[in-house]
Design a protein around this ligand. Structure first.
Ligand SMILES: NC(=O)c1ccc[n+]([C@@H]2O[C@H](COP(=O)([O-])OP(=O)(O)OC[C@H]3O[C@@H](n4cnc5c(N)ncnc54)[C@H](O)[C@@H]3O)[C@@H](O)[C@H]2O)c1
Length: 361
């Protein structure tokens, strides 16, 4: 049942690409961070296209050093001829000896708890990672796309007047703050991608995801939705950091992953795109209440001080302006927060990792 949710979602992503998908026919796609939350779906969507849509299957090379990612049975591509999964660290040049047509750089340390724990690895994965992959791309005869996963965090804590935040907002970020290893390295990654576009004419595109969620998220990385799901499912108080007034918008994986692939296949070379949901901006307090309503159990929420393993300087508001993606890519999110959460919680319910006792403080 839970595996079925994943496969339905993967099929939705594949179908969402429409005609654009045919560009992938017979091509080779290298994905870094292929064992992470988003990477697993990107590989799944390409496999779906191979099974259903493409005249000639594409070949998928997934590279991950498993610093945070891990395999999951619902995303197993073992035994498939079209997928090669290898251990590799993108902070070093990769010994790739075959022609590559698309490169997706999704490796990174996305969870605040992990980037606080591994600040130098976070910088390396973004900065050396993109440099190495761009150099790899530069050697290819037929590179058609290079997608860099930046982040909405590059905007820092935006001024109220810049929310919803458009791509043109320059950000309000500290170079020495508790989140600097993540947001500054993503910013520099964007700069490097832009230079390779300008100097070498490489077909780079940059996506800035805004809080994506869905089945497959690791419970232990303590991003807010897995944490709330774990607590609500186990009837424990849901911990809300600070005063709970900080807001986010959340984008369900089917919408987000379709958007990411559209950025790569259809985005303007050198272009930058916000991908996320502009609706349902919600405070963390209200989000906790929504979980309690959806779970319908006796869970409560509790305001707590920021834990020591969590980086401070959290942005107060986060909501994308997605007009550019709408205009250039026909990107229109379809899943509202409540429906996405229902699918996510349903998946978590069947996961051993979300059972009481699986998560240690
Ligand atoms: N999920 C989101 O909502 C979100 C939001 C903004 C930005 N992003 C960015 O999108 C990308 C993917 O996010 P995600 O949610 O899948 O993250 P994730 O943490 O689930 O997965 C990232 C993967 O990258 C791997 N990795 C890290 N450093 C590596 C290295 N040096 N070499 C090879 N592999 C390495 C990890 O092992 C992991 O499997 C990340 O770059 C992240 O910063 C994600």
């Amino acid at each position: 049942m839970e595996g079925q949710i994943v496969w339905e979602d993967i099929a939705t992503i594949g179908r969402g690409l429409g005609e654009e998908a045919h560009k992938l026919s017979g091509k080779t796609v290298l994905i870094s961070g292929g064992s992470g939350f988003l990477g697993k779906y990107l590989i799944g969507a390409l496999c779906y296209l191979n099974d259903t849509t493409l005249q000639k299957p594409c070949r998928i090379i997934s590279v991950d050093n498993f610093i945070t990612g891990s395999p999951h049975a619902h995303f197993s591509y073992k035994g498939r001829d079209d997928v090669l999964e290898v251990w590799g660290d993108v902070s070093q040049p990769l010994p790739v000896r075959e022609d590559v047509n698309y490169i997706i750089h999704a490796a990174g340390l996305a969870s605040p708890v992990y980037y606080k724990k591994y600040p130098l690895e976070t910088i390396e994965s973004a900065v050396s990672g993109i440099k190495n992959l761009l150099e790899l791309g530069r050697k290819q005869k037929n590179l058609e796309g290079f997608l860099f996963f930046s982040s909405s965090e590059i905007y820092g804590d935006p001024d109220e007047s810049a929310v919803p935040t458009p791509e043109t907002y320059h950000g309000y970020v500290s170079s020495v703050g508790p989140r600097a290893c993540y947001d500054e390295s993503k910013r520099l990654g964007e700069t490097i991608a832009t230079i390779y576009f300008e100097q070498f004419g490489m077909p780079t595109t940059i996506v800035r995801p805004f809080n994506v969620f869905g089945p497959g998220m690791g419970h232990a990385d303590r991003r807010v939705l897995p944490m709330f799901a774990y607590k609500a499912l186990n009837k424990q108080p849901i911990p809300v950091h600070g005063d709970g007034h900080q807001t986010r918008t959340f984008c369900y994986i089917t919408d987000a992953a379709t958007g990411f692939l559209k950025v790569m296949l259809r985005g303007k070379p050198g272009g930058v795109y916000n991908i996320g949901s502009e609706e349902n901006e919600i405070s963390m307090k209200n989000l906790a209440e929504l979980f309690i309503k959806l779970e319908g159990n006796s869970a409560t929420y509790q305001l707590i001080p920021y834990p020591s393993n969590y980086p401070g300087g959290e942005p107060q508001r986060r909501c994308p302006d997605i007009r550019k993606a709408r205009a250039d890519l026909a990107f229109v999110p379809q899943v509202n927060l409540e429906n996405g959460l229902k699918r996510f919680i349903e998946w978590c319910r069947g996961e051993p990792n979300y059972k009481d006792g699986a998560l240690h403080d």
